[in-house]
Design a protein around this ligand. Structure first.
Ligand code: ADE
Length: 407
């Protein structure tokens, strides 16, 4: 398609009304005047809308990718007309890290990260002279927040970070409905196979796992959930899913989808049990959840791209196992990422988190900050308005009643 980058960004923009409203305000107020914003995000159309929004707010914006396979090259080509972008689909890990270093070399005042690789790099000794210029960072994803909490716990966090992932208007919708839908997008794009009547094993029942399990069921799959957390396991049971250990579940699986944030979830033992023809996909941030090394060791032959972004592993015992998107997050490596209407909320919060950092310069500690509920509430109200949905309001009497405690 001619001008596909421009058209796709325009399409995303037209389906991100909350961000459009925030963009209008930022353009008027210019709160990012004289500030450099370095971003490491999945470079695709919705991200382009965020980058252009921050630029319209007066920032000098630099964008790099946060994953070697999630970039959409037509978006890069289009966005490069407005700002520097360092990303290409299928780049090596070395190129990915060169991109982080390039945007960090621009001397950011605000950092927007997805996965916290770039924030981690800023904590290396060679970057220590830059730290005093940094107002703070904002992190997009659960995995990134986990890493930041570890850094904070060790007392080593060098600047404030907004936990954008934890905002309710982010994880309720993005992690659950966004990942639910975009994981299916990735699986269908990769395989063009039926989901109905198949058995899907979803590893991890956090917000993303809940979304994937629910959407796979919606497509007619028999879903098994695997968990290490007893509370989440009981929740999955009460949501109507079967729950069992991964090694056992693997015997029945037509699809195995990991979404735990942890490594080695599909290990040699699970692979030993997997049915021939089983399709493996990961929806967690990093490509560590499926033990690809073990899979390689068990295989006598590997065939790259039997379909686009589908690799076949021919096991010594005759089974074939398929891996989508090299075990990288399937929803972005093979699919197109979350729907624009969902990223509208996530990226509105990213823009508001950046604004919060700019407005609270010098007032914040080197801690991980939750997004103030007022921002969540603002995004929710704007979203409802954009959706044309009205809701009830408390009467004064009702407000007093729920705020009282007396008998
Ligand atoms: N598009 C841009 N960033 C994304 C993310 N973190 N998850 C899914 N889709 C995205």
């Amino acid at each position: 398609m001619k001008n596909s980058g421009k058209k796709r960004v325009k399409w995303a923009q037209e389906h991100m009304p909350v961000l459009a409203e925030i963009r209008r305000q930022l353009k008027k107020d210019q709160p990012f005047q004289d500030l450099v914003i370095s971003m490491a995000l999945h470079v695709e159309p919705k991200t382009a809308v965020l980058a252009l929004t921050l630029k319209d707010g007066g920032a000098e914006v630099y964008l790099t990718s946060c994953n070697p396979l999630s970039t959409q090259d037509d978006t890069v080509a289009y966005l490069k007309k407005s700002l520097p972008v360092y990303a290409k689909k299928g780049e090596t890990e070395k190129e990915l890290f060169a991109g982080y270093e390039a945007v960090l070399d621009k001397g950011p005042n605000i950092v927007i990260d997805d996965g916290s690789d770039m924030i981690a790099l800023l904590h290396k000794p060679n970057r220590k002279d830059q730290i005093s210029d940094i107002l703070g960072a904002s992190e997009e994803t659960t995995t990134g927040i986990q890493r930041l909490r570890a850094l904070e716990k060790q007392g080593k966090l060098l600047f404030p970070v907004m936990a954008t992932n934890n905002a309710v208007m982010k994880h309720f919708f993005d992690n659950r409905y966004g990942t639910g839908q975009s994981t299916i997008d990735g699986i269908l794009t990769g395989t063009n196979l039926t989901i109905a009547g198949k058995t899907a094993v979803v590893c991890g029942y956090g917000w993303c796992g809940r979304g994937i399990a629910t959407r796979m069921r919606g497509m007619g799959a028999n879903v098994i959930v695997t968990e290490v957390n007893p509370v989440k396991a009981i929740e999955a049971l009460h949501d109507g899913f079967r729950v069992m250990p991964t090694t056992e579940a693997a015997r029945q699986a037509d699809f195995i989808i990991t979404s735990t944030g942890n490594k080695g979830v599909i290990d040699a033992e699970a692979l030993k049990n997997a049915k021939g023809g089983c399709i493996l996909a990961n929806s967690g941030h990093f490509n560590v959840e499926i033990d690809i090394h073990a899979l390689e060791k068990m295989s006598e032959k590997t065939e790259r791209e039997v379909r686009e972004l589908v690799d076949a592993y021919y096991l010594k015992d005759g089974r074939i196992i398929y891996l989508l998107g090299e075990g990288r997050l399937v929803n972005l490596a093979v699919g197109q990422g979350h729907p624009a209407e969902i990223m509208d909320m996530s990226f509105s919060l990213q823009a508001l988190a950046a604004l919060y950092l700019a407005e609270h310069k010098g007032e914040m500690k080197n801690e991980v900050y939750e997004i103030p509920y007022a921002l969540d509430s603002m995004v929710a109200k704007l979203k409802l308005k954009a959706m044309g949905v009205e809701i009830d309001e408390l009467t004064e009497e009702q407000r007093k009643y729920i705020e009282s405690w007396e008998l």
